[in-house]
Design a protein around this ligand. Sequence first.
Ligand SMILES: [Ca+2]
Ligand SMILES: [Ca+2]
Ligand SMILES: [Ca+2]
Ligand SMILES: [Ca+2]
Length: 382
Amino acid sequence: MKRFAFLVALCFALSAWAGAQPNDVVILNRVFNDDSDSITNHLKNLPTVILSDTKVDGDGRAPEFANRHVWFVSADGVNPLQIPLDVEWVLEYDLTLTGSPVSPRKEAGGFARIGMPWGYSELQFMVNTDAHEVVAFGYPFPFYRFSLSYNSGDTIHLGIRFFKDTDGKYKVIYMANELSSPALALSDQSIIVQKNWITPGGYLQVNIQAGNPANGGTAVFGNIKWNGRLLRRTFAISGNIELRDFEGDVTQVPVGVELRQGGVAVRTETLFTDSSGNYVIGDVAPGTYDVAFKPSHWLRTVVPNVAVVDADVTGVDVSLTNGDIDGDNEVTLFDFGALVAAFGAVPGHPDWNPNADLDGDLDVTLFDFGILVRSFGALGDE
Ligand SMILES: [Ca+2]
Ligand SMILES: [Ca+2]
Ligand SMILES: [Ca+2]
Ligand SMILES: [Ca+2]
């Protein structure tokens, strides 16, 4: 039992990493650029990334091996995100690689850079169009080959899980469709911890075919998921909540918040404001929301049609009616009854009901009664 509790605590510590979380990617064009006059056509439309390169027939200058393009997870869309090695993560997507023609080689798949004392090393977890492989390699990552045959145009689900195992070693599990590799340790663990970062993503490589301007390849990475969640740029909704007729500490008032789409709550949480009533709802995916606010003994207010497009939304302010002691979103005789039952009580008294202390002065008095009378008969938003 103790061990279990310890593991739970450990998992919580890992998931509670305070650093920036990936919610975007950055594309690095021409990491290999042996054909500088090819035509690239990359697209970022999360959770999809498309890397494409055509007219890969060489540029007449050595070397004439290949072009390679990479994307990495990012928190700002500009910089690849360096993730500390102790943070567990899973990156997965549905990959469709098309080569025209299938030979010479077109390859694509998972990619990662890991910090090394001399810079970095790289993982390739590739499918290819000519040898039909599904294979992972690249020092210090473990080699693994799946018993799968890949053909140009196939869609394959690929994933990489990176974690620190209970034996203290950093390991990966490669996933391809329904198959998974064993947990495989990286080599030279004492070296990789010196820089302590890894940046995962994906890549496309198109080998040059001299004399064939039609030579090219396209890799579609669809449904990119980070820790099981579709990777999308997210934004914050913020504003001010005025808790009317209240002189207590607003930072201690739990505010139930719902983000609704089409009348359905897609996200429910409890937040607390700062001492001025300001709040922030972070990590909101683009979309149009009705935002519902229901603090303990105030009536619900819904702000309709808050559109999150491509930037943080500010100024979603509400002013809420006080008096709903029993929390049923109306101010009625039941609230009056609850106030009477708590009348004269202070914290610690058996009759004390914090929701009957409408004005927050830690006493249930005629002042609370006055608030209830002013709000009497009011209904909150649905
Ligand atoms: Ca060249
Ligand atoms: Ca060319
Ligand atoms: Ca009520
Ligand atoms: Ca009071």
